[in-house]
Every structure is written in structure tokens, then in C-alpha cells.
Design a protein around this ligand. Structure first.
Ligand code: NAD
Ligand code: G6P
Ligand code: MN
Length: 452
């Protein structure tokens, strides 16, 4: 790793998160000095719309940082030191399909969970591997810190196809939950240390340490009333304050009413109470629509206003999303060995899950990557849920590598959000149509089973 100041490339430069991440980088320039920021995207128009906003954010904080906007891999990655990846393969148009197709069959339709997540995974594995190859072709030893979803499937795909790559897969959900916990406990987010185990978007907080004392009992009392919703949600976290997220934070309550030992990752609502969610979901207006009408529109409006007036509306905040990726990059860059929740190969950390599972656990982030914390055995209930989800995701990755229709069907059928194999098949067949040009070709078995 070269000495600071660094060159950093954001892959998925046209993302709605880019201005927030760059703002986060700007307020942390003393910790993470930058010589150059490059935006890289395959959608030139989208990236060019957002780039002036990003440039303005940079100019407000620094006169020395070079700013480059490109759709060419060589320009983007030559000599870069860090890549923040946040690509959305198929963009919101395909997210909408991931959410709406399963819902038409009475099954959870979600960006990263259930069949929507598996569909997104089938689109994303190969483009992520191509991205890694491009970075490795043009840069020496760069770290790729990856937010691109679905993070657990992406992580498993990379483990299978590019096991030596310098990629660290991360998720902001546990940090967002910790931010809420801190607000409830009246402490700073950075003063909380958690014990946690699971897969991405499928795990549990088992201890909430503040100054050596476990505050889970105190949190339980708040959760029994409000879930993990905080009074100041809208101020502390505009992203996770939309109506659908408010419901999500509240749904921690029913889960803990039944299973009070641990605080679940909010995404467990989709696996533990799918009927409740589906019944209350408008199948014609899902989260993709909410995001297009909300975050995306706000960003495009700000970009248009800036173009017209030269004044940038104060539309971007430094949330946990931007703060967390900068924290992780600092720890990688300067061998800080800070403890963060990241996605990493199990290698025995959770003793009763497979050695090669990509798990989400606390780890000390060194210049060579994560050094995971040993968890030991997890209880049978959680182990069984995890094993089922892991198998579903691993089968999906195998299906992508082998082009196997049957394995995708197995992955779909095994997913806890899906009641029957017939529903799995009907959804799969609709998804194949919708994902033409994105999914690998799936070789269909010739036998077509019909229920008698
Ligand atoms: P977005 O559609 O606004 O941005 C994604 C960008 O990626 C688009 O501009 C698109 O053109 C670009 N892109 C697609 N394929 C590409 C490729 N092969 N190479 C380069 N660029 C490519 O989406 P968004 O809502 O801003 O989210 C961005 C990503 O971040 C998504 O994958 C989302 O799921 C993920 N995300 C993850 C976390 C987490 O916790 N891990 C948190 C938030 C967002
Ligand atoms: C959380 C999750 C991300 C997910 C995002 C979706 O932050 O950790 O993995 O992509 O929520 O948010 P959105 O606002 O796009 O629905
Ligand atoms: Mn996430």
C-alpha cells in the first residue's frame, strides 16, 4: 500500500450514495488524506448528472484534490489505492422487478432478501468479478471495499471465483442499528462495542457493551415498546426514516417478543414474519418506487438546481453509510486494527457453521484485511436458520457458475420466504424472462413435474 495521500475510485460513481460518501470523505481528510477522487460508472449519463454535485462537495472542502469522471476502466483504476464499489446491476428498473415478481405470487419481494435478493445475486456475481479483474489489471494491491449488494452472495461468488482478491465486503445495517441503540442508550455510537453473529442481513446482536457493561437488558425495555425506532429517527438518519423503514425498526419488537435473547438484524423480519409483511405491502408500489420518488428524485433535483443556479441545496448528509466505509478504509490503510462488523470467511469463528461460509461477524481490520473474532457455537435455533439461508445462497452461486436451472430452483425452494416448490418455479420462470441479458443462461432440465 502506497503512502497517503491516496487515489480513490468510486465504482458505481452514478450511485445515489456517491455525494454522501464523498462528503464523508471530505470531513475525514485529516484521517484519510486524498490526492485524487475518480468516479467510474458504465452509465455515463447518470454519472455525468451527479458528477457536478460531487465536484462541488469536493471544492467546498479542498482545493488540491484532483477529480476525474470516467467510464474507462484504465483511467479509473490505473494506480488507484482504494476502490469503493457500489454498483447496482440492472439499476432500479430491475430492483423493481425483484420486488414485484415474487409479490405477485404472495411471496416476499425485497432488494437483498428472499427471491429478489437471489435474483439480484444472479445478475451481480459476474459483473463484480469483472470489476475485480479490471482493478487488478490496472492497479497494484488496491483494496476494494465493497457495498454492492446482495453482499453475502457477492462475497460467496468472489470467494469461489477470486479467493485471493483484496476485497472487503461490508454492510451498513448493523452500524445503522448501533446508531439507533446509541441514541436509545444516550451514548455515542463509537462507544458501543457489540458481539454479533450471522450472515449478511441475517444475524443477531448478542451483547451491547458500553464501558464493559452489557446494555442489552436496558435496550430490551425500549424494544418491548418501540422496537429499535428512536424518537429522533428523521434527524439522525434520513435514509432509514422513510415510512417503510419506520415499520422495519418497529418490527424488531414482535421478533423480540417471541425471541428476547438477542437483537435481530432488521432484515430478519422478512424471514420470520413474511406473511405479515406481504399482507401489508402494496405490490404495485414497493421500496424501489419509494427510492425513485425519494432519494433519487431529490438528488436529480439538487443536480438540476445546482446547474441552473450554481447553488448546491443542502441535500446530502454524512450518515452512517458514508462514515462506516471511511472508518473501514482508514483501518485498512493505516493498520489501525479497529473492530468492525464485516463479511468474512468463517474459518471456524462460528464453530458450528461451515468453515468456508461467508459470515458477518466482528473483526479487527488490519492492513492485510480482517482478523475475525472467535464466536464459538451458536444456539441450535439460530444455527439451523443460518444453515438454511447459507445453503440457499451457496446453491444460487453454484447455479450461476454451472448455469443450472435446477440449482436455482433448489436455492429458491430452500429459501425460508418461499412456501412451496411450485411458487419457487413460477417465480423463477417469470424472473428468467425479466432478467434476459443479465442472468447467465440456465440449462433447464427436460422433465417438467406437475402436481397430481
Ligand atoms: P444506483 O442505481 O443509484 O447506483 C448504482 C450505480 O452503479 C449506477 O449508476 C449504475 O449505472 C452503476 N453500475 C451498474 N453496474 C455497473 C458496473 N458493472 N460497473 C460500474 N458501475 C455500474 O443504486 P444505489 O441505490 O445508490 O445503490 C448502490 C449500491 O449500493 C447497490 O448495490 C445497493 O444495494 C448498495 N448498498 C449497499 C449497502 C450495504 O449495506 N451493503 C448499503 C446501501 C447501498
Ligand atoms: C440498508 C442495507 C443495504 C440496503 C439499503 C437499502 O442500508 O444495509 O444493504 O441496500 O438499506 O436502502 P434503500 O433506501 O435503497 O431501500
Ligand atoms: Mn446491507
Amino acid at each position: 500500500m502506497a503512502n497517503a495521500p491516496f487515489v480513490l475510485t468510486i465504482a458505481g460513481g452514478g450511485s445515489t450514495y456517491t455525494p454522501g460518501i464523498v462528503k464523508s470523505l471530505m470531513v475525514r481528510l485529516n484521517d484519510f488524506p486524498l490526492a485524487e477522487i475518480r468516479l467510474y460508472d458504465i452509465d455515463t449519463h447518470r454519472q455525468n448528472t451527479i458528477a457536478p454535485v460531487v465536484e462541488k462537495v469536493i471544492c467546498e472542502h479542498s482545493q488540491t484534490i484532483r477529480f476525474v469522471v470516467t467510464n474507462e476502466a484504465k483511467t479509473a483504476f490505473s494506480g488507484t489505492h482504494f476502490v469503493f464499489a457500489q454498483i447496482r446491476v440492472g439499476q432500479y428498473k430491475m430492483r423493481e422487478q425483484d420486488e414485484k415478481i415474487p409479490l405477485r405470487h404472495g411471496v416476499i419481494g425485497q432488494e437483498t432478501c428472499g427471491l429478489g435478493g437471489l435474483a439480484y445475486g444472479l445478475r451481480t456475481i459476474m459483473p463484480m468479478v469483472e470489476l475485480i479483474d479490471l482493478v487488478e489489471r490496472y492497479a497494484d494491491n488496491a483494496w476494494i471495499v465493497n457495498y454492492s449488494n446482495p453482499a453475502s452472495i457477492v462475497a460467496e461468488g468472489i470467494r469461489r471465483l477470486r479467493p485471493q482478491a483484496r476485497v472487503l465486503n461490508i454492510c451498513d445495517m448493523p452500524v445503522a442499528a448501533m446508531r439507533n441503540m446509541a441514541a436509545i442508550l444516550g451514548v455515542d455510537r463509537h462507544d458501543i462495542t457489540v458481539d454479533y453473529f450471522g450472515l449478511n442481513h441475517f444475524g443477531w446482536f448478542t451483547k451491547i457493551w458500553v464501558n464493559g457493561k452489557d446494555h442489552l437488558p436496558e435496550l430490551r425495555r425500549h424494544i418491548a415498546q418501540h422496537g429499535l425506532l428512536t424518537a429522533d429517527a428523521a434527524q439522525t438518519d434520513p435514509q432509514h426514516a422513510d415510512p417503510s423503514w419506520v415499520k422495519t425498526w418497529r418490527n424488531i419488537k414482535p421478533i423480540m417478543d417471541h425471541f428476547p435473547d438477542y437483537v435481530p438484524n432488521p432484515y430478519l423480519q422478512y424471514y420470520l414474519m413474511p406473511n405479515h409483511i406481504v399482507e401489508r405491502q402494496n405490490p404495485d408500489y414497493t421500496r424501489a418506487n419509494e427510492v425513485m420518488d425519494g432519494r433519487e428524485k431529490k438528488l436529480f433535483k439538487a443536480a438540476a438546481e445546482f446547474k441552473r443556479t450554481g447553488i448546491l441545496p443542502d441535500a446530502f448528509h454524512v450518515g452512517v453509510h458514508g462514515a462506516f466505509i471511511v472508518d473501514v478504509a482508514c483501518s485498512l490503510a493505516f493498520d489501525l486494527r479497529q473492530r468492525h462488523l464485516v463479511i468474512t470467511e468463517n474459518r471456524g469463528a462460528i464453530a458450528n457453521l461451515p468453515y468456508d461460509a461467508m459470515v458477518e461477524i466482528p473483526a479487527y481490520i488490519t492492513a492485510q484485511g480482517p482478523e475475525p473474532v472467535r464466536i464459538g457455537n451458536v444456539p441450535l435455533f439460530h444455527q439451523a436458520l443460518l444453515a438454511q439461508q447459507l445453503a440457499s445462497e451457496q446453491l444460487l452461486v453454484e447455479a450461476a457458475l454451472e448455469g443450472s436451472y435446477e440449482k436455482v430452483l433448489q436455492a429458491f425452494t430452500l429459501n425460508r420466504t418461499v412456501p412451496t416448490m411450485q411458487q419457487a418455479k413460477a417465480i423463477l420462470d417469470e424472473m428468467i424472462e425479466a432478467n434476459q441479458g443479465y442472468w447467465p443462461t440456465l440449462n433447464q432440465a427436460c422433465h417438467q413435474g406437475e402436481a397430481i
